[in-house]
Design a protein around this ligand. Structure first.
Ligand code: COA
Length: 143
């Protein structure tokens, strides 16, 4: 697979929504919400297969809000490529929350050098599932 990552434009949102819909563990956001954030789109052989939504919170902190790769394109390095593009675009420390039972996502983040900072008890599904808070310290970040 030839993987390419680029910033998503408004015209890409339907493709992003379709990918999101195919990713049950991803947060299911209304289309309109994307325009408030930064969205990266992953293409495999020219086809949209993955996305990542994030925001710069302050000058030294960013947050990964949503990430997904269609099932047919998983384990090909698309998720990893999206995280690398995020790190290039975001400034400072990047934080995220991931559901404790989400083995695939936690494996991806761990392999990409993210560290576990703590848990938020009962964060998902009406208090039944914990969130793990993870952080990636960008090497140029202050402190
Ligand atoms: C998590 C997700 C984005 C990973 O995307 P991906 O493109 O398959 O990830 P990659 O191919 O880049 O995987 C890189 C590494 O992550 C780890 N990993 C990925 N999927 C894994 C799985 N199912 N089990 C264990 N480790 C996994 C592996 O270490 C993998 O390297 P390897 O394939 O050489 O072993 C994808 O599974 C997904 O869309 N899941 C549903 C949505 C979701 O959970 N989003 C995260 C919300 S916080």
């Amino acid at each position: 697979l030839k993987i390419a990552i680029r910033k998503a434009r408004e015209a890409d949102y339907p493709a992003v929504a379709q990918i999101q819909g195919a990713c049950h563990e991803a947060a299911q956001w209304p289309l309109g919400d994307y325009s408030q954030y930064q969205v990266l789109l992953a293409l495999a052989d020219g086809q949209p297969v993955g996305f990542c939504v994030w925001r710069q919170i302050t000058e030294t902190e960013a947050e990964l809000l949503n990430l997904g790769v269609i099932p047919a394109a998983r384990r090909e390095g698309v998720g990893k490529a999206l995280l690398q593009a995020l790190e290039k675009n975001a400034r400072g420390d990047i934080f995220l929350e991931v559901a404790e039972p989400n083995v695939a996502a936690r494996g991806l983040y761990q392999g990409a050098g993210w560290t576990e900072e703590g848990t938020r008890k009962g964060y998902y599904e009406g208090g039944t599932i914990n969130a793990v808070v993870m952080k990636k310290r960008s090497w140029y970040s202050p402190g």
